[in-house]
Ligand binder design. Sequence first.
Ligand code: M3P
Ligand code: FE
Length: 309
Amino acid sequence: MAMTGVLRPGHAQVRVLDLEESVKFYRDVLGLVETGRDAQGRVYFKCWDERDHNSYIIRQADSAGIDFFGFRVLDRATLDKLDADLQAYGLKTERIPAGELLETGERVRFELPSGHLIELYAEKKAVGNGIDLVNPAPWCAQREHGIGPVRLDHALLYGPNVAEVQKIFTEVLGFYLVERVLTPDGQGNAAIWLSCSHKVHDIAFAEYPEKGKLHHCSFLMETWEQVLRAGDIMSMNKVPVDIGPTRHGVTRGCTIYAWDPSGNRFETFMGGYQPYPDYETLTWTFDNFGQGLDYPQRKLHETFLTVVT
Ligand code: M3P
Ligand code: FE
């Protein structure tokens, strides 16, 4: 098997201000599938084409933002090895028992120098996507509900010490640097896009003075037309849109950024190219950050730099 180690983004747990209002939003406007609720009051969702029990979990709190972002790894041996590698690198790790998150195996959690909690896990119950494994249909009725993204694709996180975060992902977790935006003096990276796969990014970080901030969780759409349809549904439901529909220069992804009812930004996204680990990193100079963000308008939208939860 060619893909080993860290396989893919597996879950994000996000804080919301009003749980039931948020459930309506994520279920009926974004069109996620509700898969469970737990004793802590958390609500679990998956995208229609995801096969594991959950990928997006919300809990009610006094402030919006992200609690943690998790990656699925190949198997238990990989989990144990990555745990040991993280400790050998000098990071403290914590084991969270199986079942603490519904239908999810034991998780290894650690804190990045950016203040974000990252988790690795090897097991999550396969509930399927509602489509038969033999002679499967290309889609099912759940895809037609709300915006209907196919999967949780990536997150962009804001915090300090991006250079150290980059080292952990590339030297310990097996990610590679796909693209970066340089700082104004050209000496460091203001933002980095990292992949553990053939995707243009599985996680991204931008330098920011405050720790542990969420810029956005991104949901994959199948086509550009589906991104435009997402924009229609946002407007029909008076969802505040931040940027787009447009195309990022960075990653070439076609996008809309918008806000959930608590002010957490999310993205509906498609496209980009397909990098391999041997590809040379693409670099954007700071004066071209505007094109990187919004290629047609060449505009470094103020909200991109300043509005996070
Ligand atoms: C993305 C994304 C820049 C933003 C790029 C964003 C360069 O690629 O997926 O959100 O500002
Ligand atoms: Fe994104």
